[in-house]
Design a protein around this ligand. Structure first.
Ligand SMILES: CC(=O)SCCNC(=O)CCNC(=O)[C@H](O)C(C)(C)COP(=O)(O)OP(=O)(O)OC[C@H]1O[C@@H](n2cnc3c(N)ncnc32)[C@H](O)[C@@H]1OP(=O)(O)O
Ligand SMILES: N[C@@H](CCO)C(=O)O
Length: 337
């Protein structure tokens, strides 16, 4: 395994590079960010895994190289839930914010959640982290977190998974495949259509109704239409369509039970103390999926339910409830940063 690390001249991003062939690639690099200091025992490392259109920028502002502000800013900083931890956040393999993806190789191979985790394992080795104090992730990040804990149980001391599943369901694959078709049919406008479809599924019917109802704007568009147009334009401006397809198909491949005797047998491998949480209004990753995870993982507490009108996106929006769950798993060691 080869590796090097250097700073992003425009920001805080670093890279790890693996130079042997891997998952159909000649090698790969992962962009990642860290916060805090690894202690002498390497016992305070926390891996934070982003969702589909997120990246390594867990905390911080909009900066060169970082088109969006930190997506879990509320967790980082003095006295906050991850204070005192050495936080590592890689941009996922196949992503478009610094890690190897279709933006680098036009003939990018199909990859799975397992490949993404295998790449992250090389990064952990490189950083000298034998065992994560905690692995945290929501949605696609939760898929990777579960895969870490199932495939490398000895390397995950505790686990927090939010709004995710042990295996992508027929409906999740169906919604995803409609998005992939939109992009393949129209490489220019398709990503915006995909984001519109996705964003509807990220929010709840009740929220959309209460917030927008049937109101129209002066330009004739329904307010909710304009809202989706806005999210479509924002994503199109910052995300690579081929990467979106690669990551979406990786999510469709997700089944922790594949080749492991099924989901239940796979979940029994997990040794981490685990908290599984879902969102009461999440129609994309319904609570039954998190109930399955909580029931199947031996060290899991009872399912925690985040109460929110915001649907699936609540794992990003409900910072107090998410922060409380992180604090339960990861003791705050204020002042050691
Ligand atoms: C784990 C990860 O890393 S995932 C990556 C997360 N980040 C993203 O995906 C960025 C895209 N944003 C989102 O997905 C969501 O906005 C979230 C989850 C981050 C935040 O959710 P919320 O705070 O509830 O934002 P909300 O959905 O209300 O959207 C607000 C935006 O819609 C705009 N908006 C609201 N109503 C309308 C309307 N009728 N017409 C046009 N625009 C509208 C607001 O002006 C605001 O714009 P801005 O984001 O450019 O400032
Ligand atoms: N808003 C999130 C939801 C997907 O989990 C994203 O774009 O990644």
């Amino acid at each position: 395994m080869g590796g090097w690390r250097f700073g992003d001249p425009n920001g805080r991003r670093k890279w790890f590079s693996h130079t042997e062939s891997f998952a159909g690639l000649p090698g790969f690099q992962l962009a990642y960010e860290t916060w805090g200091t690894l202690n002498a025992e390497a016992s305070n490392a926390v891996l934070v895994l982003h969702a589909l259109t997120g990246d390594s920028h867990v905390a911080g502002g909009v900066e060169p190289g970082h088109p969006t502000p930190g997506w879990w800013n509320s967790l980082m900083g003095e006295g906050k839930p991850l204070d005192g931890s050495f936080v590592v956040a890689p941009n996922v393999l196949g992503g478009c914010q610094g890690s190897t993806g279709p933006w680098q190789y036009p003939e990018f191979p199909g990859i799975t959640i397992r490949d993404q985790v295998a790449a992250e394992v090389h990064l952990a080795d490189y950083l000298g982290i034998e065992r994560w104090a905690a692995v945290l992730g929501g949605s696609m990040g939760g898929m990777r977190a579960v895969e870490w804990a199932v495939s490398r149980p000895e390397r995950v001391k505790s686990l927090l998974v939010l709004a995710t599943t042990a295996a992508a369901s027929a409906e999740q694959i169906a919604l995803a495949s409609a998005q992939v078709h939109a992009i393949r049919a129209d490489p220019v406008g398709g990503l915006g259509v995909a984001r519109r479809i996705a964003h509807i599924s990220y929010r709840s019917e009740q929220e959309l109704q209460a917030r927008f109802g049937r109101r129209k704007q002066e330009d004739g568009r329904f307010e909710v239409e304009s809202y989706l147009d806005h999210h479509a334009a924002k994503l199109t401006g910052r995300f690579d369509a081929a990467s979106y397809v690669t990551l979406t198909e990786a999510m469709n491949s997700h089944d922790v039970g594949r080749g492991r005797g099924g989901v239940q047998a796979a979940l029994r491998r997990v040794t981490a103390r685990t908290i599984v949480a879902g969102v009461d209004s999440d129609r994309l990753y319904p609570l039954a999926q998190q109930r399955e995870l909580a029931a199947g993982i031996p060290g899991a507490d009872e399912l925690r339910v985040i109460e929110s009108p915001y649907g699936h996106d609540a794992f990003l929006v409900e910072s107090e409830q998410v922060g409380a769950l992180v604090t339960e798993l990861v003791p705050v060691r204020s002042g050691t940063r």
